[in-house]
Design a binder for this molecule. Structure first.
Ligand code: N01
Length: 539
């Protein structure tokens, strides 16, 4: 039985764009569906004030095409959301993939059909499309999470989520605004919101470490040098742990004098960005070393925030620096020196309920016109489990993952043949430069499909033993990092009520991960059962 297309790709963010391109290049007929009205994925949706990438622009781009590299010019060291979305559009047009994408359309369900040896994909437009292979490019951080606060329905003001910011923007001039959440999104949004709002109340449950971006325009010289270094960058990209080269002194913080330590850290602070974390090589491995780094940041917070009580509340405690996703900001701590910005520490008081005019905590009432939920995402699994994905025998992926998402290589799930989960749980994805992780995944999946089809086979399915072994490897990799000392984080799923506590990304590094994936391929796609139509019928 033939299908409408060879491959359906879900999502047209950085993953979807490249997947359409590579798969078409390999000869597959591809259709993609995208819920947004343009390409860009998270960079289409996250339009909140201050949204900007915290990976340097020159590293946050595809690496596969010297032509794209040559013809695109970033304007700032850390690009804004609109500029990154323009880049996504530029690439999609250059690769001529836009015509393959149906916009403003969600995939609502996908069911494996054994007779078809393929998937039946249903969309929000009521269309059903059949395909041999299904590639999920839904993104790791795209299922918005708004906590189920009591009384929220009674709130008469405006409620916004950072990742679903209205297209036309929101004028907050003169408004009283509450921001709930102080992760990367909240920390970027607060200073921008405070520019126009009459009053800002920031509700903080956990103080996070944040580093100054020290953002600035990129000079023509810098751009020219970066372009000239393209071949080196490309070569280094896949041989680094993080997906891009990070400068370091190569020294151990525990072995240098206090004077040298301070001088190096001051230099790194002035340089800006999360590269600060790599200044010394032992701080990401050793708790004593890490504590010195954390002390330096807490000292900085105390030196920036004039009210000592507020400074103390903003000072992260209880988790090593870098064990939760580090934040990168522009004037976040400084913003709390403004008289119209107030910090509410939810360790001292807890939110009881929303009211028509604001919210009530155990300590009192807070009135505001607008609430901004910067409360994050059902990360790594939510975007896929919100689709009704049914595998062999009608098995639901959401149920399969309910006890904790397990995959083979972060890419495939037993019982869900011919389905690939780009940057899925169990892959490095969010712990590395995600665009590079995407390229590696798409290349690998395309090669796998070419291998399968060239052998005259039609069905590929991860084996349960391979999944179990990989799950152990993912958890073992976490044990070698400081992540294991963070009591809560979206890496662990603890931000979503009811989500099982399980460290989801693979923390062994992109270089190691790539080697493993390459070995699996060289070994004839070890851990996958690959079969053909004739064999299926015979069995
Ligand atoms: O989400 P988060 P995010 N009551 O989950 C709080 C990427 N990103 O959107 O820490 C009160 O980090 C929660 O508190 P706690 C980046 O990878 C990148 O900010 O759980 N508070 C936390 O403070 C990032 O890490 C960029 O105690 C509640 C906040 O909400 C990831 O996306 C920009 C609560 C959520 O923080 C997610 O970032 C933006 C409750 N019931 C995002 N529930 C750049 O590249 C949650 N919180 C710059």
């Amino acid at each position: 039985m033939s299908t409408d297309v060879d491959v359906v790709v879900i999502g047209a963010g950085f993953g979807g764009i490249y997947a359409i391109h590579r798969l078409r290049e390999a000869g597959f007929a591809v259709r993609a569906f995208e819920a947004g009205s343009d390409v860009g994925g998270v960079w289409f949706w996250n339009r909140y004030p201050g949204a900007r990438c915290d990976v340097p622009s020159l590293s946050y781009q595809y690496s596969f095409s010297p032509e794209l590299d040559r013809d695109w010019n970033w304007s700032e060291r850390f690009a804004t959301q609109p500029e990154i979305q323009r880049y996504a559009r530029f690439v999609a047009e250059r690769l001529d993939v836009v015509g393959a994408i149906t916009f403003d359309t969600r995939v609502t369900a996908a069911a494996w059909d054994e007779g078809l040896t393929g998937w039946r994909v249903t969309t929000s437009a009521g269309e059903t499309v059949t395909c041999r292979f299904l590639v999920s490019a839904v993104g790791a951080l795209s299922a918005a999470q708004t906590p189920p606060f009591p009384g929220l329905d009674s709130f008469a003001g405006r409620a916004l989520h950072t990742s679903q910011w209205p297209d036309e923007g929101v004028d907050l001039t003169g408004k009283r605004v509450a921001v709930i959440g102080t992760g990367s999104s909240g920390i970027q949004a607060v200073p921008e919101i405070a520019r126009s709002a009459a009053h800002v109340t920031v509700f903080q449950r956990t103080a996070n470490f944040s580093l100054p971006a020290q953002n600035r325009p990129l000079s023509d010289d810098e751009l020219a040098r970066a372009k000239a270094g393209y071949p080196d960058r490309r070569a280094a990209t896949f041989t680094t742990r993080a997906g891009h080269v990070i400068p370091t002194t190569g020294k151990r913080i525990l072995e240098v004098s206090p004077e040298e330590r301070r001088a190096e850290l001051e230099k790194a602070w002035e340089f800006g960005g999360n590269e600060f974390l790599a200044t010394f090589i032992d701080t990401s491995k050793d708790l004593e070393a890490n504590a010195l780094l954390a002390d330096f940041v807490r000292d900085k917070i105390r030196s920036i925030v004039t009210d000592p009580e507020t400074a103390e509340k903003l000072s992260p405690r209880g988790h090593p620096i870098g064990s939760k996703r580090i934040c990168v900001d522009t004037a976040y701590y400084e913003t709390f020196n403004s008289p119209h910005v107030e910090l509410v520490d939810l360790r001292d008081e807890t939110i009881e309920t929303f009211t028509p005019t604001g919210l009530r905590t155990t300590a009192g009432e807070y009135a505001f016109d607008t609430v901004v939920f910067a409360t994050g995402f059902d990360a790594l699994t939510g975007a896929l489990t919100r689709i009704d994905v049914r595998g062999v025998g009608g098995r639901s992926l959401a149920e399969e993952w309910a006890p904790g998402a397990q995959t083979y290589l972060g890419l495939a799930v037993p019982g869900f043949p011919n389905l690939f989960t780009l940057t899925g749980p169990g892959s490095p994805s969010v712990l590395v430069t995600v665009v590079i992780a995407i390229e590696q995944h798409v290349d690998w999946v395309t090669d796998h499909l070419v291998h399968l089809c060239s052998a005259g086979l039609t069905r590929t399915e991860a084996e349960p033993a391979a999944r179990d072994q990989w799950t152990e490897e993912v958890q073992a990799a976490t044990q070698l990092t400081l992540h294991r000392h963070a009591p809560s984080s979206w890496y662990l799923g603890t931000n979503v009520p009811g989500k099982p506590r399980l460290f989801l990304p693979y923390a062994g590094g992109l270089d190691a991960y790539r080697r493993i994936c390459d070995e699996v391929a060289t070994d004839g796609y070890r851990g996958f059962t690959m079969t053909g139509v004739r064999e299926e019928v015979a069995s």
